[in-house]
Design a protein around this ligand. Sequence first.
Ligand SMILES: *Cc1c(COP(=O)(O)O)cnc(C)c1O
Length: 432
Amino acid sequence: MSFREDGAAALEWVASYLERVGELPVLAQVEPGEIRSRLPASPPEQAEPFTNVLRDLDDVLLPGLTHWQSPRFFAYFASTASEPGILAELLVAGLNQVGILWRTSPALQELEELTLDWLAQLLGLPSGLHGHIEDTASTATMTALAAARHAKPGARVVVCSEHAHSSVEKACRLLALELRRAPVDDAFRLRPSELDLVGACAVVATVGTTSTSSVDPVAAIADAAARDGVWLHVDAAYAGSAAVCPELRHHFAGWERADSIVVNPHKWLFTPMDCSTLWTRRPDDLRAAFSLVPEYLRVSEEVASLSEYSPALGRRFRALKLWAVLRCYGREGLQERIREAIRLAGLFEGWVRDEPGWELAAPRPFSLVCFRREGSDEENEVLLERVNASGKIFLSHTKLNGRFALRLAVGSARTTEADVRLAWGVLRRCAA
Ligand SMILES: *Cc1c(COP(=O)(O)O)cnc(C)c1O
C-alpha cells in the first residue's frame, strides 16, 4: 500500500466515523483493562501494513472510545474537532515543524502571532496584547502565574474563588505558591468584598467556572488588583469563545484590564485538541520568567522566539489548525454556532424549570445547565449512572452547596435541537 492509498483510507475512515458517531454509545461501555487485554503485549518483529492499524481501530479500540465527537456528548465541556481543524492537523503532522526558534520555522511563529491577533479581535480584546498558544489551560495558567511570581518577588500567595478550576491549585503546587480561596455568593461568583490580596502576587478571576459557568466580577477584581499591584489572570478556558458574540460581551467586562487571559479554542471554538490561547499585556514579565538562551540556540536575528515566553522549547504548528478554523467558519459562522448552543441550553433549561419533580441548581450565563431531581443525592447519582449506561447521552456532575447536581453542557458544533430533546427524553425515562 502506498502513502496515498493509506491516506485516502484514513480520511475515508474519519469521514464515515463522523457520519455514524451519533449512533455509537457516547460513553465507552468497557471495564478497566479490557481494551489492553485484547492487544498483543509485545510489539511486532516484522513491519505491518498500515491497514492493520485501521483494522484494530475498528475491531479493538472503537468500543474503548468515549465519543467526544458525538452530538450527544453533554459532559464536562464539549470539544469539537471540526472538519477544517481535522484536515489542518494532518498538514501539521505532515510538515512536522518544530518551533524552537524563529528561524526553525518563521511561518509557524508569525502565523501563531497573527492568528492570536485575529482571535483577540474576534473576542473584542484590546489591541497590542502578546499572544501565544499552549497545549492546555492548565499549562497556560501555570505560565501566567510563573510570570506573576517572577514579577513580584517575595509575594507567594495566589488568590482565586472556591469555584476556580483545579489547575490553579496545581500551578500553585508546582510553583511553590500558596493558594488562598475567596468565598462565593449565591450565584457562585467570587465576592469582591471578601477579597484579601495581602501578600499576593496574583489573583485569578474565572469567567465561566467549571462547575456552573458562573462569572466572577472581573471589573471589581481588576480594581482591587490594580490597587494592590497584583497580577490579574482571567481564566475563560470554556466561556471565552462566547465573546465572539457582542451581545455576550457584558459577561467579560473588565477582562480587557487583565495582565493575562486564557481561552481554550479546543473547548468551544471547534479546534481539535489541543489548543489553548494565552494573551498578556506584560510580555516582558513572561520573557523574564522563561527566557533562557544557551549558546547552541543563539542566533544573529533580533527576534525573540516564542519559547522565551513559555515552559516548552519545541512547539507544534498548532496555529495552522486554529487559523484554518477561523478562516473556514468566519466570524459569522462562529457566532452562529455559539448562539445555537446557548439557545439549545436555554430550551433544555426551560423544560427542567417547567417539569414538576425537577429543579435548576445554578443560574445559566452560557450553554451549561445545572439541574437535579428533587430528592436525595443518591437518587440523582443513580439517575446519572443509568443515563450514561444507556449510551444515548453522556452527562457529568458536580456538587453545589454540598448537593449533587447534574450538568448538561451544550457545545459541540454537531449538536442539534433533536439531540437535546432526546437527552431530555432519556433523563425523564430513566428518572421514572
Ligand atoms: C477546562 C477548564 C480548565 C482546564 O483546561 P485544560 O485545557 O484541560 O487544562 C481550566 N479552567 C477552566 C475554567 C476550564 O473550564
